[in-house]
Write a protein of this length. Sequence first.
Lengths: 311, 270
Amino acid sequence: MTVTEAPPASPAPAAPEPVLRKQPVRRKLVPYWLLLPGILWLLVFFALPMVYQASTSVQTGSLEKGFQVTWHFQTYWDALSEYYPQFLRSLLYAGTATILCLLLGYPLAYLIAFKAGRWRNLLLVLVIAPFFTSFLIRTLAWKTILADGGPVVDVLNTVGFLDVTGWLGMTEGNRVLATPLAVVTGLTYNFLPFMILPLYTSLERIDPRLHEAAGDLYARPSTVFRRVTFPLSMPGVVSGTLLTFIPASGDYVNAELLGSTDTRMVGNVIQSQFLRVLDYPTAAALSFILMAVVLIMVTVYIRRAGTEDLV
Amino acid sequence: MLRLTTTWIRRNLVVIAGLLTLAYLVLPNIIVMVFSFNKPAGRFNYSWREFSTDAWQDPCGVADMCDSLSLSLWIALWATIGATLLGSMIAFALVRYRFRARGAINSLIFLPMAMPEVVMAASLLTLFLNLGAELGPTTILIAHTMFCLSFVVVAVKARVMSMDPRLEEAAKDLYAGPVQTFLRVTLPIAAPGIAAGAMLAFALSFDDFIITNFNSGNTVTFPMFVWGSAQRGTPVQINVIGTAMFALAVIVVVAGQIISGRRRKSALPK
């Protein structure tokens, strides 16, 4: 434990109430002046676009004649019935990648928090460092790693891994590239640091004496983990899974670079409808449905996991 | 012997699993680095042919790549300045003052982080299309400032919250005015939080692809250049830039660690 790093957690009263009570009006306006520019920015460039998008999704028309709001809710139904495979695929891939991130990220976060000793900072740097190489370049590197007939694919083939994934419908024959497995590998890789960092933060806060106490009470290591460590790391698990699932569900880079036309996700559809087909109402409707699905899932999840204060 | 090995593996299971994950994380960076010394046969730099330092000797030898790199750095710089300024102000207001509509403001800050990027990108594009705005560096800058803002708020807020308010009271007791208190006490203590937020904003903006893809028009940032080259052919120079940035970042971080470690040591009483 490096005691010097952590500032002493002083009982800091959050809002200095008495100071505010007898302030002149001018002082009372200070918070509003501080908030104004940033909040205005978010209102105009985050909230207002949502309104425009909602309106676009119920418009009909064409590029030449222009689009008119006709309250054409049929677009939503049409978009869903045409693109529901891509939707389900997005949720499936993002969900799988999130679970894999948790399974892969937990041991590493645990290692850094409890076992790394003086290597701790170096390991943390190694987790964050990949960020500094553009993620597109790193995703392209997976094309080399997973290349047909390359060493990785050969090993996976020899140990029978590809038979299992083939049976699961994640690969076909003896190649990995352009299969769902490649897309999920890329998604897992790209969002893994977003899982590890919150996990590490909440594991690092756990008092190691709790482990000792559990051991003194004759708990086996597996019981200590199940009853003490894991429950205490729940805030990290919740924010880590959210930080992984949300961006993964809307991603289209991995599906485009590592997948094939059979692995297209909803992000790919939104991107091509908006930027190539120029069918704005369909694209807006799809993007709205994705937003609604993610928001509902996040809200339910946060309620059930009981972590309210995320900001 | 076998039993010894299995016990050893069992005892170090967490370490082994953790290091395997680390290998998975670092492997692509190693590939990028190795392939920056490749001399590919065709237009794509995906399979190894022979060692060469050509790309390192001529990093800007590819048309338009270095222009896109400097544009990305320029946009990241201004987006960082904008987001850090606006975000820090919000963070101070949230921690230090009481005001109406706090819940709504908190949601407005949280939502951009809880939204798939493609949704923000698409809706922002509908706004720009409806307003008839010309897509280019300005629209990219607006978009980057918007999504970096929330992350700065979170970083700065965490730091200001852990600050002991008695320090400011002490400054006031010593007859420092509000401006002096802010500049000489509050700001220096909040500085690490602001710096962390700024660094995060810079990294997010520099590496952003999805929002830029939607709102850039014909403007080509560095990630957009890499995206395009994935279709046209990937020059080795891309790997050179990726490796150089990686090395630079690691050097900066390690140097920072050494300096702060020395400071801490000299600050300790002997």
